[in-house]
Structures are given as structure tokens and as C-alpha cells.
Design a protein around this ligand. Structure first.
Ligand SMILES: Cc1cc2nc3c(=O)[nH]c(=O)nc-3n(C[C@H](O)[C@H](O)[C@H](O)COP(=O)(O)O)c2cc1C
Length: 504
């Protein structure tokens, strides 16, 4: 099975490392004026206008981030709730005017590398209150649903996921796709990492809003790729499904699905037509071809445990009641950090709330795949130095005491943000172990898992009125810095936390 021929992942991962990845051209340039249209536009298609209720429902962001519901009680989101889920995941939340040629720029609910917004969201549902069964594309610009197929097509999802139990009971499933060239225009072949980073930050928001509504959900990453792509009628050389999220629970059995025919709907976006074959190869190599492969792939990963010494227990949390909706609307990537410290209670809150686990088909409950490594530049109550987060023990393990501010800036691609932040956090995974269990597709879930945690950290930081930004990094320098503890681990995601500088 090609999924377990993991040479492809190593070729891609090593080839897209900063600074000298062989799959990246150092002379490549990108000008924001060339930015592709950041959403898909369907022509000559029925559209359904959505009416959005942004009013908070009263759940604090910190609770929404960390609570996970696994109810078997029937709960079916209606169109109002679905609209809120879509808007707070991928909706346009603010507009900023920049000098020409950029002009007005629309920002979304979740952070995204280069603000290129290459992740699209689709809905597959049964009849729910306010919306008939169908397959829809979410249009964030017009706040509408594009009707791709009418009828209940959920059985296609059940087949594609080899009878996954949660998919069978879910009235609604979201599918997150990636339009490759919309991001590779700037980031070249490294785009395939960004696909999961930027999908993960969106999903962090999606999970929070779903949990605020006390609805259960499960991420499903094991499916027959071609079947899901066909359902959405995608040209999979340009756009492909990354992951699905099943939401809610219904006791009604799923009917036989209507026949799946190509829909041939014209869609347009000004995506760049420069292709990066390494992205297609990596996606292809991590695709699952049939349900037999999906079934054997879906086994639980046992997370390695570390005997931690020199532990510093996390502090009592700092709680705020700011609602999840309010926090999503005020989130934005911090553009400059002051050198002021945050305190250990705030850091403890962010760590605890964002690592409470993900309900997914690749994890045991309450688990995450990635390990967290920290550089503490300035945190009241915690000595500066490098740390490993011993999640199971609610503690930080001091690796090296000292002032590593210069290193922190250096590891984050020599930018000011990681230098000036109070803390930088690296989500790292033993990639070889993940690939042994999950094959090339393990690369997808390792990136996604890290990005969901990163997205939750963004929200937790903003809930505490702190700043945060995702960052890119020099891969091997990070591993070297945290070794020997992080020997054999690769970085999947980096985030900086701190106090915003007054000017930002
Ligand atoms: C994974 C990830 C990596 C990022 N890397 C950088 C970076 O290296 N430097 C930077 O200035 N911003 C970085 N950003 C921030 C994005 O530029 C920002 O999210 C985007 O412009 C959208 O703005 P917003 O987050 O304020 O909504 C990153 C964001 C993410 C999600």
C-alpha cells in the first residue's frame, strides 16, 4: 500500500525545511497585489442566504475551548446554529484598509498563513430545521450556501469512512478542503504543511463553537479520498479534502443516497496556475484508496510516555468569562509584542485549556499527538529557560535554565515577534513513530493535531486579553535546541504568546 511507503513524506518534509529545503527556491518572490481571490465563486447555481446571529450564548471562551461533549443524546443543529458554526470558523470578521495596490483586506475568524485563506468548507447534511438535506459549499463573502447537490448524501460519507460509527449518527458533517495554489503562490511546496496548519486553526474555532452549543463532534481523518472528493465534485489536482468533522447525533437511520453523478458546476477563482508537483505527490501518497485500507488504518495510536523529572506544577488558572464569540471576533495575529511578562497563571491556563484532547479517529480520548516545548523569555513566577510540558502531570519540566530570547527569535525565522514574545511554543512529534502507525497519512494528522492545539492557544490567549501569533521556523535548529529531549522529533507548529505592544 503506497500509504506505508513513507519515503514520500521524508522527501517532502526534509525538502521543505527552512532554510535550505531542496524543494524550495530561494529566489521565489510574491507580491500581495497578486493575491488570489480568497474564496471559491460558483456561477449559475442556487444560493441560500444565511441569517447570522452573532449574539454570545453565554459560554466562556476558556470553557468552550476545553470542553468536549460525547453525548449519544439526539441533538441536531438547526440552520441558525450551523450558520454560527460556519461563520465563527471561516467567516469574515474584520476589514482593514491598506494603501494601494492592496486596498481593503478582509480577515477571517481564524488565523491563516499569509492571509491567503485557502481552506474551503462544505456541508453534507440530512434535513435539519431550516435547511433541506444536501451538499453545500459555504460562501463566506456573501454569507450564503451554494447548493451543490439536493438530497441526503450522508451514506456516501459512511461508505467513504468504512462505516465509522460517529459519521453514521451525525446529521451534519463538515468537509474542509484545500485549494493548493491559493497558498503555494507565496509559500511554494511548503504549502502542504500550511494546508493543515490553516485548517487546524479553523477547526479550533469550529470545535469551540460546537462545544459552546453543547454538541458532540468527531474529527474523521481516515476516508477514501476519491469518494469524498467526488461527492464535492472537486478537481483533486487543484483542490482536495483534508479532513471531515461530524457534528451532532440523530437516531434516525441514514437513507440510501441518491446516485452520485458529476455535477459540472462552473466555479471560478483567480487561483494561480503554477502547480507544485510535490504537493500533489504528497497528497496522493497519503491518500487511502478503498475501505479496506481505511479500516486497517483506523487504529488507535499509543502516545509515548516520558518519565519526567524536575517538574514545576502548573499554577491555578486565571479565569475570564469572556464568551467564545467575543474572543473569536477580537482575535487577530499580534503584529508586535512588548517585552512585558505574562504570568505563570496565565501560561498555565493557556496550556491546560488548549491541550485537553481532541475527539478524533486517530487518537485515544483526551489525547493529542504532539508534545509541547517552550522557550520562556519572560514569565512572572517561572525561571526563563527551555521546557517540556509534561501534560499528563500538569507540569513543566525544566530542560535548561537561561536567557534564550535571541535563540527564540532565531528559531522563528529571525523575526522580531518570537524574540519579543514572553513565550514561544513548539509542537513537536516523533514523526517516524507516527509514520510507522499511520503511514504517509500520519503526516496529515500530525500537522493537523498541532495546528488545532495552536488554534486553541490563540483563543485562550485572546480570552486572557493577551496576544498570540503563529510563526514559521527553522526546522532542524528547533530540534537541535531542544535535544536531547526532543531528539527524533520534528516541529509541526510554532506559536508566540505575550503582551501586545501598544502600537500593534
Ligand atoms: C501557522 C501560522 C504561521 C504564521 N507565521 C507567521 C510568521 O512567520 N510571521 C508573521 O508575521 N505572521 C505569521 N502568521 C500570522 C498570519 O500572517 C496571520 O494569521 C494572517 O495575516 C491573518 O491575520 P489574522 O491572524 O490577524 O487574522 C502565521 C499564522 C499562522 C496560522
Amino acid at each position: 500500500m503506497k500509504n506505508y511507503d513513507v519515503e514520500c513524506t521524508w522527501h517532502y518534509h526534509n525538502g521543505t525545511k527552512h532554510p535550505n529545503g531542496t524543494l524550495l527556491s530561494r529566489s521565489h518572490t510574491y507580491h500581495p497585489a497578486l493575491r488570489p481571490t480568497p474564496y471559491k465563486i460558483y456561477k449559475n447555481i442556487q444560493k441560500i442566504s444565511l441569517s447570522l446571529d452573532k449574539e454570545p450564548i453565554g459560554i466562556s471562551a476558556l470553557d468552550a475551548i476545553s470542553n468536549i461533549y460525547d453525548s449519544k443524546v439526539e441533538i441536531i443543529p438547526d440552520l441558525n446554529v450551523l450558520t454560527r458554526i460556519l461563520y465563527f470558523s471561516g467567516g469574515i470578521t474584520k476589514k482593514i484598509k491598506f494603501p494601494p495596490p492592496i486596498g481593503e483586506f478582509e480577515f477571517r475568524a481564524a488565523s491563516c498563513t499569509g492571509a491567503l485563506y485557502h481552506i474551503e468548507i462544505y456541508v453534507v447534511c440530512s434535513d435539519i430545521t431550516g435547511l433541506s438535506a444536501g451538499v453545500y459549499h459555504f460562501d463566506p463573502k456573501e454569507l450564503k450556501l451554494n447548493v451543490l447537490r439536493k438530497g441526503d448524501f450522508r451514506q456516501v460519507l459512511v461508505n467513504a469512512t468504512a462505516d465509522e460509527e460517529f459519521v453514521k449518527q451525525a446529521p451534519v458533517t463538515l468537509i474542509f478542503t484545500d485549494v493548493f495554489s491559493r497558498n503555494s503562490i507565496k509559500y511554494q511546496a511548503r504549502e502542504y504543511r500550511h494546508a493543515f496548519w490553516d485548517c487546524g486553526t479553523i477547526i479550533a474555532n469550529t470545535l469551540s463553537i460546537i462545544s459552546a452549543h453543547k454538541i458532540s463532534s468527531r474529527l474523521i481523518s481516515g476516508f477514501v479520498d476519491s469518494q469524498i472528493n467526488n461527492l464535492l465534485d472537486l478537481d483533486s489536482n487543484k483542490e482536495a479534502s483534508l479532513v471531515t468533522l461530524s457534528i451532532g447525533c440523530t437516531n434516525k437511520p441514514i437513507p440510501q443516497s441518491p446516485t452520485l453523478v458529476p455535477i459540472n458546476i462552473e466555479s471560478a477563482s483567480s487561483d494561480s496556475d503554477v502547480d507544485y508537483p510535490e504537493i500533489n505527490s504528497m497528497h496522493d501518497a497519503s491518500s487511502l484508496c478503498d475501505t479496506i485500507e481505511v479500516k486497517s488504518w483506523r487504529k488507535h495510536f499509543v502516545k509515548p510516555q516520558y518519565a519526567a523529572t524536575d517538574l514545576i506544577s502548573l499554577r491555578t488558572e486565571t479565569l475570564t468569562r469572556d464568551t467564545i464569540e467575543k474572543v473569536i471576533l477580537r482575535r487577530g495575529s499580534t503584529r508586535a509584542f512588548s517585552h512585558d511578562s505574562i504570568n505563570f497563571e496565565e501560561l498555565s491556563t493557556i496550556l491546560k485549556r488548549s491541550t485537553n484532547g481532541i475527539d478524533a479517529d486517530f487518537l485515544c480520548r483526551n489525547n493529542i499527538l504532539n508534545d509541547l516545548y517552550l522557550i520562556v523569555n519572560k514569565v512572572d513566577g517561572l525561571p526563563s529557560g527551555s521546557y517540556h510540558y509534561a501534560r499528563e502531570r500538569d507540569s513543566l519540566q525544566l530542560l535548561r535554565k537561561g536567557d534564550f530570547r535571541e535563540t527564540s527569535g532565531n528559531l522563528g525565522l529571525d523575526q522580531d515577534l518570537p524574540h519579543d514574545a514572553s513565550v514561544t511554543i513548539f509542537l513537536m512529534v516523533n514523526l517516524q513513530k507516527v509514520l510507522e502507525s499511520f503511514g504517509n497519512r500520519g503526516y496529515r494528522i500530525a500537522q493537523l493535531d498541532a495546528a488545532i492545539t495552536g488554534g486553541r492557544m490563540y483563543l485562550a490567549a485572546y480570552a486572557l486579553n493577551l496576544g498570540a501569533t503563529g510563526l514559521t521556523f527553522y526546522d532542524d535548529l528547533v530540534t537541535n535546541f531542544f535535544s536531547p529531549h526532543a531528539k527524533n522529533k520534528d516541529t509541526m507548529f510554532m506559536i508566540a504568546l505575550g503582551k501586545k505592544a501598544k502600537s500593534s
